[in-house]
Design a protein around this ligand. Structure first.
Ligand code: ASP
Ligand code: MG
Length: 466
């Protein structure tokens, strides 16, 4: 069971977590927790302020007390003490009534902050923030949350052990986005769990943080707690992986756009992957791949409404429902049109074209071609000046901004007769710039004006789901 930042954001959330875990205690459970909501961002800021502080001092006035310098170190200090206060408050709220546990927890939190402050000070003296130091600083978020929640679980009477994820989740030395070493993980996780489950029902550990084989701290990258859950689930051969978040699973479309959006009860891994690539944000499917490959079901659940059913994600061959499952979109994209007579009956043109995109490191989402024309979509943030200049040397290029990309996602869409008529019938009042039927058989995408997006998604949703 993995609980994300919002599912551990305050003491009420943690009480709910403990209840959820308690209901399940007939089975051995590993609980993976994130840092409290917002803490990883704050730690990032603290690290940046710390290193900027000295840089500011060196550049401006080496001798005189430098106001900018003071401001910046102050800022790191203010943020750190705010975090300390938040964690101490949480400990107090959760452990009130048990003086021993409360004192132990308060001591742990204070010691952790003493160490964190020391690291921050060293960074500011060395004027250097390496990835290694950043990973070290970021690890405090998860260590703090898991330490406090562990004690609260003990107080509640759960038979629970604390495990440091860094002793199981081994990665290479890319400190901020370590590559998990699956073989080692598959050895270490069962070793640790077999030992701890002899006397406990629950093992609590941290998401996101990991270490090299030599024990240097690394992380799995932002949002990496889902990845931790999948890795542990895979290595432990779990019966199920539960991702507890703050929505009822994966929805038919973004509930912020369409209020009739509802959660999807079962979906395949490929469908989930399409949704995330095209803008849904509940979880990143790449991170659950280790589990799905091993055929371990992944359930996405709402910790605020634990009785709702959520979404079950299964290996592709486990899902039999065909047809449209969800509508996703990317709100702000840019369409690039490339026209050249040289394409007619020629070869090598596309190679040349995509080489330019490769050179500038820009990823293309949708592509559609005719004899003499290629249209592509890219994220609006991409800086296109260089690309356009180079492309213009061998083709006519036009760019349309303020566009949105809409994708209809489902299984066996190509085999569903009459689907195009339904999709484009539902949006016949709006102008469509470009259409691409995904080669994967799992999505049909098209581009509309950004100003029409809400209406387009609304009509499609009512056509297929209302
Ligand atoms: N706390 C980490 C982050 O915010 C990991 C996670 O929440 O999954 O990126
Ligand atoms: Mg998170």
């Amino acid at each position: 069971m993995k609980f994300g930042g919002t599912s551990v954001m305050d003491s009420e959330a943690v009480e709910r977590l403990i209840q959820i875990v308690g209901r399940n205690s007939s089975q051995n459970t590993v609980v993976v927790v994130s840092a409290l909501a917002g803490v990883t961002d704050t730690l990032t800021k603290i690290a940046r302020h710390a290193v900027k502080a000295q840089a500011g001092k060196a550049m401006n006035q080496p001798e005189a007390p430098d106001e900018k310098h003071l401001d910046m170190t102050d800022e790191a200090a203010v943020l750190t003490s705010g975090l300390e206060h938040r964690h101490l408050m949480m400990a107090e709220e959760l452990l009130a009534g048990n003086d021993v546990l409360l004192r132990e927890t308060t001591d742990i939190v204070k010691q952790l902050f003493a160490k964190l402050n020391e690291i921050v000070r060293v960074i500011s003296v060395l004027e250097e923030l390496s990835d290694m130091s950043m990973a070290k600083i970021l690890s405090y978020g998860e260590i703090l949350s898991s330490s406090i929640i562990y004690k609260a679980m003990l107080k509640s009477g759960l038979r629970c052990a604390f495990a440091d994820a860094r002793s199981m989740i081994v990665t290479d030395a890319k400190y901020l986005k370590g590559e998990p070493q699956t073989d080692i993980i598959c050895r270490k996780v069962p070793e640790l769990l077999d030992r701890e489950f002899l006397n406990n029902d629950v093992v609590i550990t941290q998401g996101f943080i990991s270490a090299t084989a030599d024990g240097a701290g690394t992380t799995l990258g932002r949002g990496g707690s889902d990845y931790t859950a999948a890795l542990i689930g895979m290595a432990a051969n779990a019966t199920e992986i539960q991702i507890w978040t703050d929505v009822d699973g994966v929805h038919t479309t973004d509930p912020r756009k369409v209020d009739k959006a509802r959660s999807i009860s079962v979906m395949s891994f490929s469908e989930a992957a399409e949704l995330s690539f095209f803008g849904a944000k509940v979880l990143h499917p790449a991170t659950i791949q280790p589990a799905v490959e091993k055929n371990i079901p992944v359930r996405v659940l709402n910790s605020m409404q634990p009785d709702r059913q959520g979404t079950l994600i299964l290996r592709d061959d486990g899902v039999h429902e065909n047809g449209v499952r969800a509508i996703s979109f990317k709100e702000n994209i840019t369409v690039i049109n490339v026209f050249s007579m040289k394409m007619l009956n020629a070869f090598g043109f596309l190679t040349r074209l995509f080489e330019v995109f490769g050179k500038y490191g820009i990823s293309v989402d949708l592509i559609s071609t005719s004899e003499v024309n290629v249209s592509m979509t890219v994220d609006s943030e991409s800086s296109l000046d260089g690309i356009i200049t180079e492309l213009s040397q061998f083709a006519a290029v036009s760019v349309s901004r303020e566009k949105s990309q809409v994708s209809v996602v489902g299984k066996n869409l190509k085999e569903t007769t009459g689907l195009a008529k339904r999709i484009f019938g539902a949006v016949s009042d709006y102008n469509i710039t470009m259409i691409s039927q995904g080669a994967s058989d799992i999505n049909i995408s098209f581009v509309v004006n950004r100003s029409d997006l809400t209406a387009v998604v609304g009509s499609l949703h009512s056509e297929f789901f209302e």
